[in-house]
Design a protein around this ligand. Structure first.
Ligand SMILES: [Zn+2]
Length: 281
């Protein structure tokens, strides 16, 4: 299996994030897995996860590149990591994108507008998006209001980005929850829109009405990617796997969701950079 929505921060940053979650949700969001580094990698290996992403995000200036440097070092050491970095427009997104895609050869980036305070359609990102498109890289974004955000304009902003870059490979985190319908319409329109399953269909008081139903998974069976949000989850990791299997989608669709869709998407993001890099010398 491949987990396309795993966070991978340095231990001190993880601790700050966990503290934030637990104090801002009245204790509802109890982090089940206070794990980083070796413990985190070992846990996922034991769960049968062959490879997983290293999602990071920055909420202030001068943090994004430190996180990217950390991911570059770690992914050079551990081949199971699928290197994803982040950009922060306030630091100069294009220069950051050049480093992480041309030097570090990351697969993509994660942007979390609710945390960074920078909107996905902020035009300071556009030169970086252009570079990503050139190299075929992946943009993973959390634009939906779930589980705790009181803001619903994500789909409009994503549409603005896709109108400018219709070929962009874009993963909508959490299947777009809670705005399931509008993101599905977007995916109908733009063929390179994907979804990750993180926190969908599990039972947790912090995230209810969180399953788009079997018809959604059938319809987008080639574009849904297994993801969990590990380790920042308030329930058992196995529940994410079981909750998807309970939908009884059949062996073939499960194989696509748990592994094959991710493999082909990652292959396209990787060969893009190698190919073009060679061409430009
Ligand atoms: Zn996440």
């Amino acid at each position: 299996m491949i987990d396309m929505h795993v966070h991978y921060f340095p231990p001190a940053v993880f601790k700050a994030i966990w503290r934030y979650f637990e104090t801002h949700t009245n204790g509802l969001w109890h982090i089940n897995y206070r794990m980083s580094g070796e413990k985190q990698r070992e846990f996922l290996r034991a769960k049968g996860i062959e490879r997983f992403t290293t999602l990071v995000y920055a909420h202030k200036k001068d943090l994004a590149m430190r996180l990217n440097d950390f991911i570059a070092r770690e992914s050079a050491l551990y081949p199971e990591l699928i290197a994803f970095g982040t950009l922060y427009a306030g630091d100069g997104a294009l220069a950051q994108a050049r480093t992480i895609f041309e030097e570090y050869r990351f697969f993509g980036i994660k942007l979390h507008p609710f945390v960074s305070g920078e909107e996905i359609d902020d035009e300071r990102y556009f030169p970086a998006y252009e570079l990503m498109l050139h190299y075929g890289k992946i943009l993973l974004c959390h634009p939906g209001s779930a589980p705790v955000y009181q803001k619903y304009d994500g789909v409009l902003r994503i549409r603005r980005v896709l109108s400018a870059f219709p070929e962009m490979k874009l993963i909508i985190a959490h299947c777009g929850a809670y705005e399931y319908e509008p993101y599905q319409r977007l995916a109908e329109e733009f063929p390179h829109v994907y979804f990750d399953t993180a926190m969908n269909c599990v039972h947790t008081p912090v995230f209810e009405h969180n399953c788009p139903g079997p018809a959604f998974f059938q319809r987008f069976q080639d574009r849904v990617l297994f993801g969990t949000d590990f380790p920042n989850i308030p329930y058992d990791y196995q529940e994410q796997i079981d909750s998807l299997k309970k939908l009884k989608l059949g062996e073939q669709i499960e194989k696509k969701i748990f592994k094959d869709n991710a493999l082909s998407l990652l292959f396209s993001a990787d060969s893009g950079s190698t190919h073009r890099k060679e061409n430009t010398g």
